[in-house]
Design a protein around this ligand. Structure first.
Ligand SMILES: Nc1ncnc2c1ncn2[C@@H]1O[C@H](COP(=O)(O)OP(=O)(O)OP(=O)(O)O)[C@@H](O)[C@H]1O
Ligand SMILES: [Mg+2]
Length: 273
């Protein structure tokens, strides 16, 4: 199997749950070796698309080509093999609570190879270094912060140096500084592995602006935009303009003080009573 950079090509994809169609005739290209961010309103089907790409959901119809292979029509055993080449960072890192970081990061190698323990440890340690967690190799997930868990999840996703990396909301739930650090980590990681075709689901326009080479916006089950972030910034499409503006408005609202002055001074009175 060719392990050069893989492009992902989604053609006329229909996907949903039971009788309900979520993605309708979706067509999109994710360039090989680039970071693509996947944006769209809540409930538009971003996670559903990720699940289809990972083979966790079966499409109603359409095709998904990864590195030229139609994953929807592969025999299950062949897809299972292909799936080993996908790294996945789940939203909460999905670490195993009974394993130390080093054991957790080494897990994909341990499952699929017969390498001696020492070699596995070294590989895990090297990957933990890449995400800045080398000093925490013997810590358990419960002893880490949310941002550290996400970084550890990223280490586990890339320890096999997969040609394809999927990240679901890597910055959600993080403060703006930690989120920016996570974005920088994704960029550093991508500089280390320029062949890795990476899809990042995000709500965060700041993240998109920092990390994306290619942007995909979903709306009403279809591709509302596919192109570079520079092209997105020049769009005149009314839906996209509203979407971008609304997202910016949301970040402005989040930045505003949550209490008005009357509530604030009443609280102060009570606290000082
Ligand atoms: N397991 C499921 N069974 C039935 N319907 C589902 C399931 N998962 C998602 N859906 C529906 O599919 C639609 C798309 O959901 P999805 O989780 O893909 O959205 P999303 O774009 O990832 O949203 P968010 O940004 O909030 O994570 C929603 O209307 C949701 O109700
Ligand atoms: Mg989602």
């Amino acid at each position: 199997m060719n392990v050069d950079a893989w492009n992902i090509s989604i053609r006329n994809l229909n996907g949903g749950y039971g009788g309900r169609v979520v993605l309708e005739d979706l067509t999109a290209e994710l360039p090989a070796g680039a970071i693509t961010t996947l944006l769209g309103e809540s409930g538009c089907g971003k996670t559903t698309l990720l699940r289809l790409l990972l083979g966790l959901n079966t499409p109603l119809s359409g095709q998904i080509f990864i590195g030229g292979h139609d994953i929807c029509r592969m025999p299950p055993a062949q897809f299972h093999k292909m799936r080993r080449r996908f790294g996945v960072l789940f939203q909460d890192g999905a670490l195993i609570s009974s394993l130390t970081l080093e054991e957790d990061v080494a897990l994909p190698l341990m499952e699929h190879t017969r390498l001696p323990r020492k070699v596995l440890q070294e590989a895990a340690q090297r990957t933990l270094e890449l995400v800045g967690l080398e000093r925490f190799a013997n810590f358990y997930p419960g002893e880490l912060s949310g941002g550290m868990r996400k970084r550890a999840g990223l280490a586990r996703a890339i320890v096999t140096e997969p040609p394809v990396l999927f990240c679901d909301e890597p910055t959600s739930g993080l403060d703006p500084i930690t989120a920016a650090q996570m974005d920088q980590l994704l960029l550093d990681m991508h500089a280390c592995y320029p062949q890795m075709t990476t899809l990042v689901v995000t709500h965060d326009l700041g993240s998109m602006a920092r990390i994306a080479e290619h942007v995909l916006v979903l709306h009403a089950g279809k591709t509302a935009f596919s192109g570079t972030k520079e092209e997105l910034s020049q769009t005149r499409d009314p839906y996209l303009l509203r979407f971008l503006d609304r997202q910016f408005e949301e970040s402005r609202r989040m930045a505003a003080p949550p209490l008005n002055n009357a509530v604030r001074s009443a609280l102060e009175e009570w606290l000082n009573d």
